[in-house]
Each structure stands twice: as C-alpha cells, then as structure tokens.
Design a protein around this ligand. Structure first.
Ligand code: ADP
Length: 256
C-alpha cells in the first residue's frame, strides 16, 4: 500500500479500510450541565447508525466528540479500533457534513472540494482526480467551476458531501444534513444518501437527526437519545416492535 498523507501515525483513509466507531463511556460536561452521559455505542464498519432524538438531547455533541471538536470529560472515542480521543480532527480519517453546508463562498466548487485534501496535505498530483471522483459520486461533475452562490441549496449540500468524500474517509459524520432543504429536495437527497451508502460499503456513517422518517429510511440501526442518555438502540424493526422505553415508543411511533 502507498504511504497515506499525514505521516505514519495518521489514521489510514483508504476506502479499503473498514473503520467503525466506538463510544466507550463517553461523557461531556459543561460546568454542572451533563450534555452526554456515559455513552456506550458502536457503529459497525459499513453501517449507517442514526442518532435520533429531540433537540437538545446530546446528538450533535456525540458526533462532534467523534470529529474531535468536543473533548470528552470522560471516556474514549475509538475509530477503527484506535483511540483517537487525543488526535486533532484532521488526523481522524473522518468526513463531516453539517446542516448549513459551510462552503467557502469565495472558492469555486472544485476548490471547495479540494480544501480538505489540502488541509490533510494530500499529494498535490492526486488532488484533481480525487475532486473529480467525489463530484462524480454526488452528481455534481458538471458544476466544478461554479461558485456556491450559483447553486441551489440541494446542490450546495451535494458539494459539501463531495468535500467530505474526497478525503476517502473511513467514517462519515452527517449532522442533520437535510434539515435546511425543502421537503421535496429532502426525499430526493435521502435516496441519494442511500445510494452513496450502497456504493461505499466500508464507510461507517453516523447520521444525526431529529426526524424519525429519515432515521427509519436510511439507518441500519437507530440509537435513540433523550436528556443526554442513550435510551434504546436497535434496527428500525426492533424499535418499532419492541421499544425498550416509553420514550422510544412515543418517539419512533410504536406497534404497541
Ligand atoms: P442535539 O444535537 O440533540 O440538539 P446538542 O448536542 O446540540 O443536542 O446539545 C445538547 C445540550 O448541550 C443542549 O442543552 C445544549 O444547549 C448544550 N450545549 C451544547 N454545546 C454546549 C456548549 N459549548 N456549552 C454549553 N452547553 C452546550
């Protein structure tokens, strides 16, 4: 295998690597406020796991702890079996997409997608190929030289997804990626994400949402959060048929 950018200790980012995520008793506190309470949870390699719960339940905090933007007060985060709790975000082999796209307005689409590769100090010669591949995967190949303001919201979000995929992450973190889109675009993008998941069988996806339909449609398993705690976790069918708590039953809608 060729040497990956970022030095010998960097998390490998080749598509062939099956990463997986493990929260090992992860807590996050701000002063007296416990925002994440001893979360134990595993996202298997190649799995889509939805973190589902109401606003303020700690979902984004959990995702940001994997990304490296939030430091746990206790516990460990592992990616691909490696403890990454002390690694900076760009060394974790993750791609991340948030609700508000966060594209650089003064950069073209291709430059936006290349940005993460440059930040990772990816070999220059390989960058155009990686950018083209990522734009192809998200159906944005024809828009490389446009600026974000020339694109619709849905197209901007595709570019944000392309930027995340360009680094060939082992782990993809999606934080309410469809919330800013109107209902019609949302269902189209949901189908697109399902297709991407099929095309990337080794990439683990952590998908934060408050939307039951998104979770039920896309996720292999759903982890239900409320009040900083994991309430339940299982396949959509499990949760629907055998909710472990009343909260799950009321939140996912239940057969009981
Ligand atoms: P969710 O994604 O489920 O909406 P969050 O993880 O964003 O929930 O937030 C959980 C709780 O943590 C909220 O009550 C929020 O106000 C609080 N919180 C998040 N970040 C901070 C911070 N940096 N400082 C203080 N409180 C925070």
């Amino acid at each position: 295998m060729s040497t990956e950018p970022g030095g010998p200790e960097a998390v490998p980012t080749s598509r062939a690597v099956r990463s997986g995520i493990r929260f090992d008793h992860v807590s996050v506190r701000y002063g007296d406020l416990t925002v994440l309470d001893a979360l134990d949870l595993t996202v298997e390699p190649g799995e889509v796991l939805a973190l589902l719960g109401p606003s303020g339940s700690g979902k984004t905090t959990a995702l940001r702890a994997v990304a490296g933007f939030v430091r746990p007060s206790g516990g460990r985060v592992l990616i691909g079996g490696q403890d990454v709790t002390d690694l900076p975000p760009h060394r974790r082999g993750i791609g991340m997409v948030v609700q508000q796209y966060a594209l650089f307005p003064h950069l073209r689409v291709d430059q936006n997608v290349a940005f993460g590769l440059k930040a990772q100090r990816s070999p220059r010669a390989g960058i155009p190929g990686r950018v083209a591949e990522a734009l192809e995967m998200t159906g944005m190949a024809g828009y490389a030289r446009r600026y974000p303001r020339e694109l619709s919201g849905g197209q901007q979000q595709r570019v944000a997804i392309a930027r995340a995929l360009a680094i060939r992450p082992g782990v993809l973190l999606l934080d309410e990626p469809l919330s800013a889109l109107d209902a019609q675009l949302r269902s189209g993008m949901l189908a697109e994400l399902a297709r991407l998941h099929r095309e990337l069988p080794d990439v683990s996806i952590l998908y934060v949402t408050h939307d039951q339909i998104e979770a039920l449609t896309l996720a292999d398993r759903i982890a239900v959060m409320d009040k900083a705690r994991l309430q339940d976790c299982g396949t959509p069918q499990d949760l629907y048929r055998r909710p472990r708590t009343e909260f799950t039953a009321s939140f996912v809608g239940s057969a009981n």
